[in-house]
Design a protein around this ligand. Structure first.
Ligand SMILES: [Zn+2]
Length: 367
């Protein structure tokens, strides 16, 4: 369904598709709930065909087919001959409006509060049931020794996990006082370090884990640093992709190094970004980027955040241009990157010195 959802987003972006009038503002084409799918569009040939083509692509790719006996088409203000054509092509049966779904009447006019009340009542009831279920899972261990307590077999997964951590911590807690931990005074950090696997510190940690970087950008760079991005080179080797050619320039193998640095498009983006921040960004040794940078620690964090945003945005462009080539102009992409990072950094001014703030404001104005 996620695939269908993406496919509909791409295909309904074309000019010939027209939204159902009341869905236009929200760009709503479909709603999904459990195994049910509701599709909406204007009642004209091109729009209906766009929807049906997306559905046919899903069927071809996943072997999931529409159950025609359980599917209905609903019309409002569509002329009879077009209606018959749609029913014939889609194989669906015409349904009558209004009908009820999840207790709410589906009709062509706007829903009012009374229409939605049955659904809201159901949701409220469900939340109340959940609360009651959670509260009923209380474990009363008064008078018993918590340190010697073991959860029963029918205890919940989360409760057993909590008890498991208690056992790990037990070494540090003796005779009702926190014993010194490894010869030093106990602290939460030391306690936490004692129960987790601690790997070796990597050289690039400041590039990814700094406070200015936007979390979703951070996550993608982290995957990239572990050489775990599914580039076309990898997908081709696994037999998933037909070829390994870069989707953006169609002129080279799509490795991470090509995609983020060597590709014609990425080079333009990085050159423009370099002009903004006064640093040149090259593919060589990302661990060295920070070391060679000028300015305060905060300035370096901001530049790192911009580099992470570049990696994320180029990856996004590569994914967007797959079904049809819709590539944002490099200058526009760079402006978006600078605006996004400066906007985030200026939102926590307490960490910014006067010079960094002026520099950041300058970047924002220029973008
Ligand atoms: Zn390329």
């Amino acid at each position: 369904m996620e695939y269908l959802s993406r496919n509909l987003t791409y295909s309904t972006g074309a000019n010939e598709f027209k939204y159902y009038p009341m869905c236009k503002q929200m760009k709503l084409t479909h709603l999904m709930f459990a195994n049910d799918l509701l599709l909406f569009c204007k009642g004209d040939g091109p729009s209906i065909m766009t929807i049906l083509r997306s559905f046919a692509t899903l069927s071809k790719t996943s072997c999931l087919n529409m159950s025609k006996g359980k599917s209905n088409a609903y019309f409002n203000g569509v002329n009879e001959s077009l209606k018959q054509d749609i029913l014939r092509i889609s194989g669906m049966v015409e349904g009558a409006l209004p009908f009820k779904y999840l207790g709410v009447p589906i009709k062509t006019t706007r829903l009012n509060a009374k229409d939605c009340k049955p659904l809201i009542d159901k949701i409220v009831q469900r939340i109340r049931n959940l609360e009651a279920r959670k509260l009923s899972y209380a474990v009363y261990i008064k008078g018993d020794n918590w340190l010697k307590y073991s959860p029963t077999n029918n205890s919940s997964w989360s409760w057993r996990k909590i008890c498991c951590v208690k056992t790990l911590y037990q070494e540090s807690y003796q005779h009702h006082i926190w014993a010194t931990y490894q010869g030093r005074e106990y602290s939460i950090t030391k306690g936490y370090d004692s129960i987790r696997n601690k790997g070796e510190r990597v050289q690039w940690h400041q590039l990814v884990w700094n406070k200015c970087t936007i979390p979703k950008h951070r996550f993608l760079t982290w995957i990239h640093m572990h050489n775990a991005l599914n580039t076309k080179e990898k997908l081709h080797k696994l037999g998933i992709s037909d070829d390994d050619t870069c989707e953006i320039c169609r002129n080279g193998t799509e490795t991470a190094s090509h995609l983020f640095f060597a590709c014609e498009y990425s080079s333009r983006v990085l050159t423009l970004v370099g002009g903004f921040i006064g640093e040149s960004i090259s593919a060589d040794a990302p661990t060295e980027w920070r070391r060679g940078m000028k300015g305060s620690g905060m300035r370096k964090d901001i530049i790192n955040a911009i580099i992470n945003a570049c990696i994320y945005s180029i990856w996004k462009q590569q994914n967007l241009c797959k079904p049809e080539l819709i590539l944002l102009k490099s200058a526009k992409l760079v402006n978006q990157i600078i605006k996004e990072v400066t906007g985030r950094t200026l939102s926590f001014p307490e960490n910014l010195g006067v010079r960094d703030r002026e520099w950041l404001e300058g970047l924002r104005i220029r973008s």
